[in-house]
Design a binder for this molecule. Structure first.
Ligand SMILES: NC(=O)c1ccc[n+]([C@@H]2O[C@H](COP(=O)([O-])OP(=O)(O)OC[C@H]3O[C@@H](n4cnc5c(N)ncnc54)[C@H](O)[C@@H]3O)[C@@H](O)[C@H]2O)c1
Length: 329
């Protein structure tokens, strides 16, 4: 596929971040898009912006859909086929995702399973619903978004990432397993897996919202207490992210900062990430790493698998980098 012009793409989680940028850039390149999101207002706005920026004839539709609910995914599929008057789709970007469920020990089972349901079952239900339509395209591509946490199941010392990593490993495993299956049984379709490092988006605030919580600024003391219980607070203090004896207001400000820093201080923007994904899909790549951090972690874990969770050892080549290689002042 060397051009997206005249194609029809599905994008899940199209209301924000990388999904919204994929919708915008695909439409600008002459590709019609059906985008869905849990946040109906956000996806309607993203669709309107993309439509305005696309050439005449490009159709962009926005749909409300929770990808962790199979009935809603099937309804989204039926809606989009009718709106776009199509019997197939050419590209499916299974991009919707949330963070959370960090600790299997201290986080609630309900939160853990919600993260797993969105990040794994969402990808699975979309593959079930859309693969027949990609096969009908004759030249279809399924693009599943995993993460650097699909290669490495931690965020570093004191920062477990269990539900998210479990789901993202599943997404990577499923996508890789489909390569041979598609070759053997559906040669008109190929699959790619996206493995982003840190990309600047609102995923921190959106993940809280997906759990029914307000933005960090508007969180009550009781909501903060439930979100970050004493054990987790102690971990944040040990990691130097929170002062000893911090007040509820200081905790609230830390969360606000985490959200804005995650978005504004990232090495790669959502727009840059979407461009990398689209260029890679056009080139035929199946393993799409985004950012130097993702490339570095991928190389380090493959070079020293047994040291994957011995952080000092895993990242020791970086610490030992000779002065000559240090960036110039
Ligand atoms: N931002 C990063 O650093 C990063 C790194 C690695 C992987 N990822 C992955 O990239 C993908 C996109 O993330 P992003 O950073 O652009 O986040 P984002 O929060 O900006 O966008 C994700 C969108 O998905 C939507 N969504 C959440 N749950 C949904 C559901 N159940 N059904 C439908 N839509 C739902 C959200 O409302 C949001 O609009 C996710 O799968 C995420 O896990 C992100």
């Amino acid at each position: 596929m060397d051009s997206f012009t005249g194609k029809l793409a599905v994008v899940t989680g199209g209301g924000s971040g990388m999904g919204r940028e994929l919708v915008r850039q695909l439409a600008a390149q002459g590709c019609s898009v059906a985008a869905c999101d849990l946040n109906a207002d956000a996806v309607a706005e993203a669709a309107a912006t993309a439509r305005a920026g696309g050439p005449p004839g490009v159709q962009v539709s926005g749909h409300a859909c929770d990808v962790s609910d199979e009935a809603q995914v099937l309804r989204f599929r039926d809606e989009l086929l009718e709106e776009h008057a199509s019997d197939h789709v050419d590209l499916v970007f299974s991009n919707a995702g949330i963070g959370g469920g960090s600790s299997f020990i201290t986080d609630s089972r309900q939160e853990w399973e919600r993260v797993f349901a969105v990040d794994w079952w969402g990808v699975y239900y979309c593959a079930r619903a859309f693969l027949p339509l990609l096969i009908a395209s004759g030249d279809g591509v399924l693009i599943n978004t995993s993460s650097v946490n699909g290669l490495w199941a931690s965020l570093g010392p004191g920062m477990p990432q269990t539900a998210y990593s479990t789901a993202k490993f599943a997404v990577r495993g499923f996508s890789e397993a489909l390569i041979e299956d598609l070759r053997a049984h559906a040669p008109g379709v190929r699959v790619a897996v996206v493995l982003p490092g840190h990309v600047g988006t609102d995923i921190v605030a959106n993940s809280l919202r997906a759990r029914g919580l307000p933005a960090p600024e508007q969180m009550s003391d009781a909501q903060l207490e439930e979100l970050i219980p004493a054990g987790a607070r102690a971990g944040l203090i040990r990691a130097g992210l929170l002062a000893e004896g911090a007040s509820a207001e200081q905790l609230r400000q830390m969360l606000v900062r985490m959200n804005t820093d995650f978005r504004d201080k990232a090495p790669v923007s959502a727009a840059e990430a979407a461009t990398i994904i689209l260029d890679a899909v056009r080139s035929g790549a199946w393993r799409i790493l985004i950012g130097e951090d993702a490339n570095m972690i991928d190389a380090a874990v493959r070079a020293k698998p047994e040291a994957a969770y011995d952080y000092a050892e895993l990242f020791s080549p970086l610490a030992r980098k000779p002065a000559a290689e240090a960036p110039e002042q």
